[in-house]
Write a protein that binds this ligand. Structure first.
Ligand code: HPA
Length: 276
């Protein structure tokens, strides 16, 4: 893995001398966030050595290097999901690469189903913690100590400091937000009503099919992480009524509608993050 990371980093650095400290992963229906980036260089995943290639509609496979105003960033337009058939090492490989490129702060975004009864479609959730329901762990196997500890502490995977900064920015810009626990599942099925009730009982506030693997690896590698989830559909949790049918199209539509607010939030966050 170390050799692969080095190969990939060498390739990327040969195309652009990266100084960025902030990386962004653009989730389902949130690709428009890329509009706020003045792109200096686009690398297609298919041209980057060792990068998996994205297969899902709505997830374009591009590695963007550019800036938001004066702040240099790299962004993944399209991520890899377990349900596509990749293993966890493949899904999280780009996070290892970002770390090796010098990124120390990772901003993740995704779409998810609302479990918390106070949530509505279009809400932006600041993820405070997660419950890992994926059947495979990204850190399983021989641990490479130079990448991180064998048994990582998981107390603050999502940086309290960055959540507090996001809250301040949201308040200043009149952006409604929620805070909550994200349940990560393998998909590709959405939840049954019974599964929604179970996740609710277990302490989940929203549920989706991504983010947890990347956040674990970012944390393992010592990066600061912050993650935003757009609620695109609601689960039935109180036994009253049926859930509205959910589809990938509906998820993309709802995420697209919230995109401008999330863009504004992430843009301001990037401009105010202290990357030291
Ligand atoms: N469940 C899982 N993943 C999702 C959902 C959901 O309801 N909505 C968007 N991604």
């Amino acid at each position: 893995m170390l050799k692969n990371i080095t190969n990939t980093v060498d390739y990327i650095n040969s195309k652009f001398n990266i100084q960025a400290k902030i990386g962004i992963v653009l989730g389902s229906g949130l690709n428009g966030l890329a509009k706020d980036i003045t792109v200096q260089k686009t690398l297609l995943y298919k041209d980057i050595p060792n990068f998996p290639v994205s297969t899902v509609k709505g997830h374009e496979g591009k590695f963007l290097i550019g800036n938001i105003h004066q702040v240099e960033v790299v962004a993944m337009q399209g991520r890899f999901h377990y349900y596509e058939g990749y293993d966890m090492k493949e899904i999280t490989f780009p996070v290892r690469v970002m770390k090796a490129l010098g990124i120390n702060t990772l901003i993740l975004s995704n779409a998810s189903g609302g479990i918390n009864p106070n949530y509505t479609v279009g809400d932006i959730v600041f993820i405070t913690d997660h419950i890992n329901f994926f059947p495979e762990h990204p850190l399983r196997g021989k641990n490479e100590q130079s990448l991180g500890d064998r048994f990582p502490d998981m107390n603050e995977v999502y940086s309290n400091e960055l959540i507090a900064l996001a809250e301040q920015i949201a308040l200043e810009n009149n952006i409604k937000y929620q805070k909550g626990v994200y349940v990560g599942t393998q998909g590709p099925t959405f939840e049954t009503p019974a599964e929604y009730r179970m996740f609710h009982k277990l302490g989940g506030d929203c549920v989706g099919m991504s983010t947890v693997p990347e956040a674990i690896v970012a944390h393992h590698s010592g990066m600061r992480c912050v993650a935003f989830s757009v609620i695109t559909d609601l689960g039935e949790i109180n036994g009253c009524g049926t859930i509205e049918k959910v589809s990938h199209e509906k998820v993309l539509k709802a995420a697209n509608e919230t995109e401008p607010k999330l863009c504004q939030l992430i843009k301001e966050l990037v401009l105010h993050i202290n990357t030291k």
